[in-house]
Design a protein around this ligand. Structure first.
Ligand SMILES: *Cc1c(COP(=O)(O)O)cnc(C)c1O
Length: 237
């Protein structure tokens, strides 16, 4: 069922997870921040449930997924591990909102009212409100998803009025660049969005930015959650 997995993958994932935590700790120290203020989201999209379990057995609990059907399959497979915290981080089509509302604890990729409205309506009554982040199109690319920074305030206000959603912050995937100064500039723009929202809504506490390629820049700019896939679970094909 899970092709190409050897006994070794558990060791490999354990080691890579440890390195990811060490990388966060080092960057936090360098920028005079507390490493415990930066949460690590292990992004397990396209990887089998066994990989998630390998990280779980090392004490890791927060996992990010991007594809609804694939994620629901894994969440169902791992239903006995009820303390896993599942974050949806991919683009959301309207016809997939019910599954997301039902199975996830967090959604980091809300970019428009229609999706927020549907998630609010479809969140099961016996579950805690869905914790949500607004995805911001910080580098203003046509191809990138995310709400335009000018629309952030009105989308936040809309979410604030949804009883089954709990607004917790913002997320972005800035344009790819290897120039660290440019990375930091994008991240600082998102940080400014975060600070403005937080001034208005004090419960906001999550600034989700930084991936395998730009963890240091994100932490320098104040990230409270980095989302790492490749460096923990390996390349995706
Ligand atoms: C895939 C993905 C990640 C992880 O990216 P890596 O480069 O593999 O660390 C982080 N955030 C989002 C939104 C993703 O889709």
């Amino acid at each position: 069922m899970t092709p190409q997995l050897t006994d070794n993958y558990m060791v490999t994932i354990a080691e890579r997870l440890k390195s990811a935590y060490a990388r966060i700790a080092l960057a936090a120290k360098k920028h005079h921040r507390n490493e415990h203020d930066v949460c690590l989201l292990a992004v397990s999209k396209t990887k089998p449930a066994d990989f998630i379990l390998a990280a779980y057995q090392q004490g890791h609990r927060e996992f990010g997924e991007s594809y609804v059907q694939e994620a629901v399959d894994k969440i169902t497979q791992l239903a006995n591990y009820s303390d896993i915290v599942w974050h949806f981080i991919g683009p959301i089509q309207s016809n997939k909102t019910a599954a997301v509302a039902e199975h996830f604890d967090w959604v980091q990729s809300i970019e428009r009212e229609k999706i927020a409205k549907r998630l609010n309506e479809q969140r099961p009554a016996d579950k805690a409100p869905l914790k949500v982040l607004i995805q911001v199109n910080i580098s203003l690319e046509d191809s990138k998803s995310g709400c335009h920074p000018d629309k952030l305030a009105s989308l936040a206000e809309f979410i604030q009025h949804c009883p089954n959603l709990e607004l917790r912050g913002v997320m972005a995937i800035p344009a790819k660049t290897d120039v660290q100064q440019q990375q930091i500039q994008y991240f600082e723009q998102l940080r400014a969005c975060f600070d403005r929202l937080k001034a208005q809504y004090p419960q906001i506490d999550t600034l989700s930015m930084g991936m395998s390629g730009d963890v240091e820049a994100a932490i320098a700019a104040g990230s409270t959650m980095v989302r790492i896939g490749t460096d923990i679970f390996g390349q995706r094909s």
